[in-house]
Design a protein around this ligand. Structure first.
Ligand SMILES: [Fe+2]
Length: 205
């Protein structure tokens, strides 16, 4: 028996996550994630006056054993930058250290955008009390398109590695924007797929 693996329980709220030894609390302001929004002019206008919080998360890396699960709590604040709703940076898991991930929505309304390295994509609704299963190989980003906070728990194997760079450069194939009748998922004209990014990476070496 691994002595470090001690059973515990936890309330699903920020204060409880803060109280866990080794937990990390990360804040992402607009200036941290400005590159993920398409409307660069609006980004510049907002940043000239203010630097609003877009999302924050608490992460509990669990290194008690090789089969341990890490987990986190994310809160995306409501709002838009231009027509685009607030969202997380998004990432792929690395090919070498890939793994599945489970999302459980505690509060709010949103969309999880998903893409594979082979250019398949999905946009799935996130609603209070619902669960999203993200299989290995699917890059993922969460978007809050509701009027209140979008809060969810995510759970992933300790061994998963994170690649933010591909998404940083290529974005997601879909954008979630405010339409006249509410949120709309539209194509991203500036999207570059995984192969385009990785290809340009190896060319630059
Ligand atoms: Fe992930």
């Amino acid at each position: 028996v691994n002595k470090a693996a001690i059973p515990f329980n936890l309330s699903l709220d920020p204060e409880a996550f803060d109280s866990v030894p080794g937990s990390k609390h990360m804040l992402r302001y607009l200036s941290d994630v400005e590159s993920i929004f398409s409307d660069k002019q609006t980004v510049a206008e907002i940043l000239a006056q203010d630097d609003p919080l877009i999302y924050e998360y608490w992460e509990i890396p669990n290194e008690s054993s090789s089969s341990a699960l890490s987990f986190g709590l994310t809160r995306i604040l409501p709002g838009t930058v231009g027509q685009e709703y607030h969202m997380t940076r998004g990432h792929f898991h690395t090919i070498e250290e890939d793994g599945d991930e489970l999302y459980f929505v505690l509060q709010g309304r949103g969309v999880i955008l998903l893409q594979t390295r082979e250019s398949e994509n999905r946009a799935l609704e996130m609603t209070t009390g619902s669960l999203c299963y993200v299989p290995a190989g699917w890059g993922h980003r969460s978007v809050n398109c509701g009027a209140a906070d979008l809060v969810f728990v995510s759970i992933w194997p300790l061994t998963v590695g994170h690649d933010y760079e591909v998404v940083e450069q290529g974005g997601f194939p879909q954008l979630v924007v405010r339409g006249s009748d509410g949120p709309m998922v539209i194509g991203n004209p500036n999207f570059l797929d995984y192969k385009a990014i990785i290809g340009s990476r190896s060319l630059s070496k």
